[in-house]
Design a protein around this ligand. Structure first.
Ligand SMILES: Nc1ncnc2c1ncn2[C@@H]1O[C@H](COP(=O)(O)OP(=O)(O)OP(=O)(O)O)[C@@H](O)[C@H]1O
Ligand SMILES: [Mg+2]
Length: 299
């Protein structure tokens, strides 16, 4: 069954595009057919990877036409990784959606079509760091919401009082039919292992219990130049950062662990369609004090 994830956070610049591009690149390398959807008028995800083929259409036609066809599917230079590109430079879609009765379900319905179901295993939707009709439509199209969350006070405050509160409001909007949103998987990112970040993190982890809509993944993304370098080189981080250092686990290890937490049925699958026992490959789980040793992947 196809699974759809949307990256959502009311704060800009937290690492949504970086996270989705790296998840998408790794999924594709694992052999999963993956469709990126760039729902940010600033087309960062569209520009992340080189395109092998640029389709004549993009998100505007998908949303306004209410369906996905081959005309809106661009190909990245990575096998198994396709893209519905952002072509809404004037940010008209927010306005267009706002005036429609079906604004919440418009993107969900457009993506829920035989073309997408037949061609993809995973759909990953990137959004702009704010909340409006397009982000709402992306949220209602997803069966899991992913929120990158840097462990610093402004980001955590905004997550609580912005992202979470807005999602709650969306579910209880008196002008709309009652609807439940997907659960949120928060991914701690840009973690610098500082004392301050550690104490904020332990407070966060104790804040959200089993009955909350938020789960915080065990795996954290370090604040490491490898992620910026991969962005600049337009490649997924797992392909260029496969050695764990003394301070940080490698992008290869981190992204595998994140994908396995988000998509547990892929546990034990590695890039290059390799299979192995993660505990043997990576050693014990990375802890907050440092990475685990990496040994090597068994084909
Ligand atoms: N783990 C990381 N370590 C270091 N730098 C990072 C990390 N993740 C992202 N960055 C850098 O932070 C910047 C913002 O990241 P990104 O564009 O992914 O955020 P965003 O949430 O998509 O932003 P926007 O809201 O503008 O769309 C980029 O320069 C990116 O390279
Ligand atoms: Mg972005």
């Amino acid at each position: 069954m196809i699974r759809t994830f949307a990256a959502l956070n009311s704060k800009g610049g937290v690492g949504k595009t970086t996270l989705l591009a790296n998840i998408g690149g790794l999924l594709a390398d694992m052999g999963a057919r993956t469709l990126l959807v760039d729902a940010d008028p600033q087309p960062s995800l569209t520009k992340y990877f080189d395109l092998g083929y640029e389709a004549p259409q993009g998100l505007v036609e998908v949303v306004t036409g209410g369906t996905v066809t081959h005309l809106s599917i661009s190909r990245t230079s990575i096998a198994n990784l396709d893209l519905i590109r952002s072509n809404d430079g004037e940010a008209q879609l927010q306005h267009w959606l706002h005036g429609r009765d079906d604004r919440r379900v418009r993107l969900a319905r457009a993506l829920n079509n035989p073309y997408v179901r037949d061609h993809y295993d995973y759909v990953l939707i990137d959004t702009q760091g704010a909340i409006g009709p397009l982000q709402t439509a992306a949220a209602f199209a997803a069966d899991t919401l992913i929120s990158p969350l840097p462990p610093d006070t402004p980001s955590i405050r905004e997550f609580r009082s912005g992202t979470l509160r807005v999602l709650q409001r969306l579910e209880h909007d008196e002008n709309e039919p009652r609807a439940e949103l997907a659960p949120i998987q928060a991914v701690i990112c840009r973690y610098d292992y500082s004392r301050n970040a550690k104490s904020l993190l332990s407070a966060l982890r104790s804040e959200f219990g089993e009955r909350d809509r938020v789960t915080i993944l065990d795996t954290m993304i370090p604040n490491a130049v490898a992620y910026k370098d991969a962005f600049t080189a337009r490649v997924p981080v797992h392909t260029v950062n496969d050695r764990s250092g003394a301070r940080y686990p490698s992008g290869y290890e981190v992204m595998h662990r994140i994908v396995w937490e988000l998509m547990p049925d892929l546990y034990g699958n590695f890039a290059g369609r390799l299979q192995g026992n993660p505990d043997e490959v990576f050693g014990t789980r990375p802890t907050e004090s440092g990475p685990a040793a990496r040994q090597g992947v068994q084909p």
